[in-house]
Design a protein around this ligand. Structure first.
Ligand SMILES: Nc1nc2c(c(=O)[nH]1)N[C@H]1C(S)=C(S)[C@@H](COP(=O)(O)O)O[C@H]1N2
Ligand SMILES: [Mo]
Length: 367
């Protein structure tokens, strides 16, 4: 299988795909300016924890300019008692910290063929932080979820027109009650030991472990327990996969995926042995194995899983590689999780450009 997309591959010259050269803003590679969207630079896809200034940012609307001093988090709807919590109230509740990888559903969208509209992310709309906060279940328990609850709806402080001409709205997303009450679903107030920054959702954001980023609502102002399913722009018009048979699946848990963090695209190498490094993740289970191929998937070698091993954070891996031929070489990796999910060779193309988890070739030139 020829996966390489380099123009000069056949001549054995340098790959046409060059490493990122865009200027960085706030440490991020800019994708859009208003609202600001930026992805993690390549050099921060080589570490287990993403430094806060390098954690990708994805906003649908402008960042809320100022958080009202009267800010309180309201928990209402189908509950025994409505709660109205200040940041101080939340700080007094039992705290949990957890390393969690967050990936935007549109990560790698620029790799899709044919092209689709939407933010043209390369590989950097994925990052990992240790999130600190209060389990949402603890707050919902205090409010008392009533019999018959079906979903929990989360509302952010940010608002705008989701697309030109559309009516103005806030960012709203819901979760099934069992996901909302999962012991590791967090109301996060800290990121890598620091107070949450405004761009990442200060004062409080939701963190849904193992789910694509759209579920982790930033700048929370209201949590409402519902007896019915929520439908709204960000729930049923976006973040859906339209199947060929006419059915629709919501985008939910992160599908198994891996990337090569070194060598970089277009790197020039000598004919000697190298340590290829990378990351692999799945929202469904721990990573079971990662394999690497330098012959388009004819043969595969097992990578070694290294570093911390956590259920909801990506797994680092190493692979010792000695190029067997000079000139143009293409490396690919693929991951398998402990539920048996295998990273596909090719992404299932979809109109809105989500869940782009097909293998991603890295081309290098061996002298
Ligand atoms: N209130 C609010 N929450 C939001 C969003 C948003 O636009 N508004 N974007 C979502 C999307 S699509 C992603 S991928 C993550 C990104 O979080 P980050 O900017 O902290 O990386 O936030 C999610 N939460
Ligand atoms: Mo996203």
């Amino acid at each position: 299988m020829n996966l390489c997309t380099c123009i000069q591959a056949e001549s054995g010259g340098m790959p046409a795909v060059s490493p990122r050269t865009q200027p960085e803003r706030n440490g991020l590679v800019p994708i859009d300016e208003s609202p600001f969207i930026g992805e993690t630079p390549q050099n921060s896809l080589q570490t287990w924890l993403t430094p806060n200034p390098h954690f990708y940012v994805r906003n649908h609307f402008s960042t809320p300019a100022d958080i009202p001093s009267s800010w309180n988090l309201v928990i209402d709807g189908h509950v025994d008692q409505t709660l109205d919590l200040s940041l101080e109230d939340l700080r007094c509740l039992p705290k949990q910290t957890l390393p969690i990888t967050m990936e935007c559903a549109g990560n790698n969208r620029s790799d899709l063929q044919p092209k689709v509209p939407g933010n043209p992310f390369q590989s950097g709309a994925v990052s990992t932080a240790i999130w600190g906060g209060v389990p949402l279940s603890c707050v919902l328990e205090r409010a008392g979820i009533r019999e018959g609850a079906k979903e929990v709806l989360f509302e952010g402080l940010d608002s705008g027109e989701p697309e030109p001409g559309h009516q103005e709205m806030t960012y709203l997303r819901s979760l099934p009650t069992e996901v909302a009450t999962h012991p590791q679903t967090l109301l996060a107030i800290e990121m890598n030991g620091e107070t949450l920054s405004v761009e990442h959702g200060y004062p409080v954001r939701l963190i849904v472990p193992g789910w694509y980023g759209m579920a982790s609502v930033k700048w929370l102002r209201r949590i409402c327990v519902l007896e019915e399913s929520y439908s709204g722009f960000f729930q049923t018009d976006r973040y859906i996969i339209e199947n060929e048979d006419g059915t629709v699946d919501p985008v939910a848990q992160i599908k198994v995926k891996s990337l090569i963090s070194w060598p970089n695209q277009g790197e020039s190498l000598e004919s000697t042995s190298y340590n290829v490094t990378g990351l692999a993740w799945s929202g469904f289970a721990h990573i079971a194995s990662v394999e690497v191929s330098d012959d388009g998937g004819e043969t595969w070698g097992d990578a070694e899983l290294v570093g911390p091993r956590h259920r909801f954070a990506w797994q680092q891996w190493n692979f010792s590689w000695t190029p067997s031929r000079k000139g143009h070489n293409t490396l690919i990796c693929r991951a398998v999780d402990e539920d048996g999910n295998v990273q596909p060779m090719e992404t299932a193309w979809n109109r809105l450009g989500y869940i782009i988890n097909g293998v991603k070739p890295v081309c290098v030139n061996v002298a």
